[in-house]
Write a protein that binds this ligand. Sequence first.
Ligand SMILES: Nc1ncnc2c1ncn2[C@@H]1O[C@H](COP(=O)(O)OP(=O)(O)OP(=O)(O)O)[C@@H](O)[C@H]1O
Length: 595
Amino acid sequence: MKAALLAVLDLARVSWAVDRRRLVTAVVLMMAEACALPLAAAALGVLTDRAVSGDVEGAALAGGVAAVAAIVGLTGGHFAHIFYLELGELNLLRLDRDLIDVTNGSATLGHHERPEVADRLAVLKEEFTRIPSVGMSSLLTGTSLVVAMVINGVLLGRVNPWLLLLPLAALPSVHAGRHAESLMQTRRHSAASPTRTAQHVLRLARTAAFAKELRVLGLREELTARHGRHWQEATRILRGGQVRASAWRTGGHLCFALAYAGAMLLVTRAAVAGEQPVGSIVLVVVLAMQINAQVGSAITLLQEWQRMSGTLASFRQVKKLVLGADRPPATARLPERMTHGIRVRLPHFAYPGTDRPALTDVDLLLPAGSTVAVVGENGAGKTTLVKLLCRFYDTTSGTIEVDGVDLADVDPLHWRSRISAGFQDFSRFELVARQTVGVGDLPRVDDDGAVSKALDLARASDVFARLDDGPDTPLGHSLPGGRELSGGQWQKLAIGRSMMRQDPLLLVLDEPTAALDARAEHQVFERYAENARRIGRRTGAVTVLVSHRFSTVRDADLILVVAGSRIAESGTHSELMKENGLYAELYTLQARQYS
Ligand SMILES: Nc1ncnc2c1ncn2[C@@H]1O[C@H](COP(=O)(O)OP(=O)(O)OP(=O)(O)O)[C@@H](O)[C@H]1O
């Protein structure tokens, strides 16, 4: 609860900084609402007394006051809502930034594959959209509730001090409400896994890129059935929780209803006995109804705070899981120029959450300035080697050293700023064409000269040439007037992007050429290797090319053949051919196919 209170106060602080005029207006309107409703009740009591005593003028005046107070009471909150909703939207931006920081701010990628993190992140994404508006509304509603309850207390206490116990009768209700929310919170977490799966299926069915395959395979009905099954599973879990939560809430409300009936009995008897004016019955009827509504609001408020508190606690846990415990900062610096090379010693590597080794017994030196080709069959471990070189995962045993500097001691951001990479599962950045390539070197994102040079090196200049507005053409569906590209065109831009950086120590091209034919791939690799050699002479960079096509990479300085999670063979093309092992066998096989 403390976390929620702190979060709400933080929202108020940010709102004050962002737009204090809106915040003050919202507070004034909420306070007006808080005072107006009890005032309307008091005015109705006076109206009744004046009417009974035949004072028409007094009754009319009291009626007017009651009417105005009722209007202010019923509309003040509504207008306040408009103001704090806008402030909530501004706060949403900040929470989204926190979420992006957590999902993408970690040094490694392991958390993306851990179900407990993925489930929590799915719930957090939903919950974070509610927090800003709910947080702001609960802050203002909470304050106005306190004010309204104090006024109600004073008015009720004047009629009969026993009536001050009325709000106490709300405590079982409050307790039941909190218990109900805690039940729901547990259920929401249990439902996260089927919900995530159902959303994944829905995404598959809605994504244009998958439409062709889904149609050809006739998967529409299967997907609909699967989506329905997972959704029903999630709904079943949530519905069970809702039934139990409603039972608790109803029990709580019943307690208050009994106390309400008792209070009415008390004032009616006093009025009948002539100890109280008749107007006090009206006053208590209206105030008790308001108290009922206020207790309801207080319960909702507490539930929201509890929910918010749970969300923030979950966020902290995810943050800890993703960003890890505070480690001493990695401060080792990399050389501007590499002279020796990258030494990889990996006795064993398994992906987080699995026992099966993805790489074993790796002991390699990738010499500075060299071009290293990695070949091997599907699932052999080629990409794993590349990912470890990029430090996307912490090595569980062994080390990777750049000129003797252990990468574990280097800030991952520092290392990655010295990497240029194109991956097989590259991103389709839907930006203006120039920037889609330019983000490969952020400081030069809008540098037309640099972008066009990178495209030239990637043999991709033709992509821009075919766009109506050239480099200024927006790409993809998310931008207005965006132009969709073919798979191969997106690929070419991704390769261009990987050629933007000028002084990397590691260049990686991990099969981003799958949509190109063998000849085109060979040409791209040739240009890439040519450029890499130039960079290599300048910075001593190591270039790693991953391919299934042996002929493409035969000119590499070092060829690594990965098989069954091991480096089965290594050497130059002619050395490996002489060895007459796996490489020679596969090379000859492929050469026959392509000849
Ligand atoms: N994120 C992951 N989590 C768990 N296991 C993984 C993960 N990525 C890959 N693997 C496993 O590690 C092994 C090596 O995969 P890797 O992607 O390195 O193969 P590859 O040689 O690059 O294959 P391909 O040529 O098909 O791209 C495979 O058995 C694969 O199932």
